[in-house]
Design a protein around this ligand. Structure first.
Ligand code: ADP
Ligand code: MG
Length: 463
């Protein structure tokens, strides 16, 4: 047992910065090494949301870094303040309270269910840049976080992909729980809601399901447009909504379309979604994009010169997620070529024309060819039921590429990839999205594959 050398943390962070640059955040500097005991390095993380995030997404990378820095075969464990007091936390009853992000084991706190709905410490109000396109949505979100159930109910935020809906939803959760730690907040994707509903029906556990969704102060459902076409879940959601609404609990929804424009949504739900505040997020203007790029690079402790930030913001004008992708590319190239970030390097990293040249979509066959070639997997394995990581990951990336670069539906993509159902495809897409955010190598692989399938299209054209 012993206190780690005070420089250990800095050395670990330096190691992470050079090996996993896109994962690193400035708040990693606040992580406090406690002790090395029984071959385990314990790291104290005071912010519950950060703690949960590290536990879920970063253990592998920290372990590798700790081992490399100390030259010992250490395990890494992130612990919170609560862990210091009680050494044996009560086992969780997942059937009633799926997750407690604040490490609390009573019936309170910030709950979120599925893996990919992890609250990201990045998605706070502090890191949300306000501009003309999102001013109303931001103001309404802030008001709701401060006065749940009393400002606007429901709050319905809609807008295109990558414009900050999930960010705002998670910021509300984080602020509300900070104001009142006793608040019960449940944050879930619409697919999570549907899956849990179907599981509960099958297992005959509807009472537990209802307890979980109706016994909260704030219910936050992301991507509610996925509710379309599912009659029984619409029915259940309708009752969940009413039960919460009538007792003055806050409901917050995000969607890619206006309530009336969600296909196959029952009238009674449309009208309920419309009865609070409906706020739209528009594409960000140039100034907002510059500010976002700066904010994102600050978060990563990255020193991005002004002209580079302006260049990225001018070059990428639609989806904000792509702004981040550009930062990742630039950061990656700077690391590989061991040069500081400047305009030349940025042009090299993201200078190639994007968007318009990709107007023709690749076929799923082309995507599958690219995947089998890139990962050296057999087609039969790719389409088989095998779940080994070496095959499952390429398969998930294939589904992700098909969703992003073709117009096929989730069902169609599932059938191409060995007859899988749409929820599997959905899950794959969300897995890849969240893995890309924290795994630089994977992110690069996907980017390379994207380049490949877009040049293939041009290639086929010339033949
Ligand atoms: P959506 O859910 O609408 O598809 P997200 O909330 O996932 O989009 O946002 C995509 C990315 O863009 C996230 O990294 C998010 O932090 C970032 N983002 C979007 N809007 C803003 C903003 N106004 N300020 C800072 N970052 C933003
Ligand atoms: Mg989203």
């Amino acid at each position: 047992m012993g206190r780690p050398d005070p420089h250990t943390r800095d050395a670990i962070n330096a190691h992470l910065r050079s090996n996993h640059p896109s994962m690193c955040r400035h708040w990693f500097d606040d992580i406090e090494p406690l002790e090395i005991s029984g071959g385990t390095l314990r790291l104290l993380v005071k912010e519950p949301v950060q703690l949960k995030y590290l536990q879920r997404c970063c253990v592998e990378q920290f372990t590798e870094a700790a081992q490399s820095v100390t030259g010992r075969l250490l395990a890494v464990r992130f612990v919170g303040d609560a862990d210091l007091v009680e050494s044996h936390p009560a086992p969780r009853d997942d059937s009633i309270n799926p997750e407690f992000v604040n490490g609390d084991s009573t019936d309170r706190g910030l709950l979120s269910s599925d893996d990919d709905m992890l609250i990201s410490p990045d998605y706070s109000f502090d890191n949300f840049i306000v501009g003309p396109g999102n001013r109303l949505a931001h103001a309404a979100s802030y008001a709701v976080a401060q006065k749940p159930g009393r400002a606007y109910n429901p709050l319905f935020i809609h807008g295109g992909v990558g414009l900050g809906k999930t960010h705002l939803l998670q910021a509300i959760c984080q602020l509300a729980i900070r104001h009142r730690p006793s608040m019960r907040i449940y944050y879930v994707s619409c697919n999570g809601f549907m899956t849990q509903f179907l599981d509960a029906v099958q297992a005959g556990l509807m009472a537990q399901f209802r307890h979980r969704f109706r016994n909260v102060d704030i219910l936050v459902i992301d991507d509610i447009h996925d509710l379309s076409k599912r009659d029984r879940t619409q029915e259940e959601f309708f009752h969940t909504f009413n039960s919460l609404y009538q007792t003055g609990r806050q409901i917050i929804l995000s969607s890619d379309a206006l309530p009336n424009e969600i296909p196959d949504l029952e009238e009674r739900l449309t009208s309920r979604f419309n009865c609070g505040l409906v706020a739209r997020i528009e594409k960000p203007c140039y100034e907002t994009r510059v500010a976002i790029v700066k904010n994102k690079s600050n978060l990563r402790n990255l020193d991005l010169p002004d002209d580079v930030a302006s260049y990225i913001a001018a070059k990428i004008d639609s989806n904000i997620r792509e702004l981040e992708g550009a930062i990742t590319k630039i950061q990656g190239l700077a690391l590989i070529s061991n040069t500081p970030i400047n305009l030349d390097l940025a042009k090299q990293a993201i200078g190639e024309p994007t968007g318009s040249s990709q107007s023709a979509n690749p076929t799923i066959q082309e995507i599958i060819d690219a995947i089998t070639g890139y990962y050296d997997v057999k087609l039969t394995d790719l389409l088989s039921k095998r779940r080994h990581k070496s095959i499952a990951l390429p398969r998930q990336i294939g589904m992700w590429l098909a969703r992003k670069h073709t117009r096929f539906s989730l069902e169609e993509i599932g059938s191409y990839f060995g007859g899988r159902d749409h929820t599997t495809v959905m899950h794959a897409i969300r897995m890849i999205d969240s893995k890309r955010e924290r795994d630089n190598t994977l992110d690069m692989d996907v980017t390379r594959l994207e380049d490949q399938i877009s040049t293939r299209v041009v290639g086929t054209f010339n033949e």
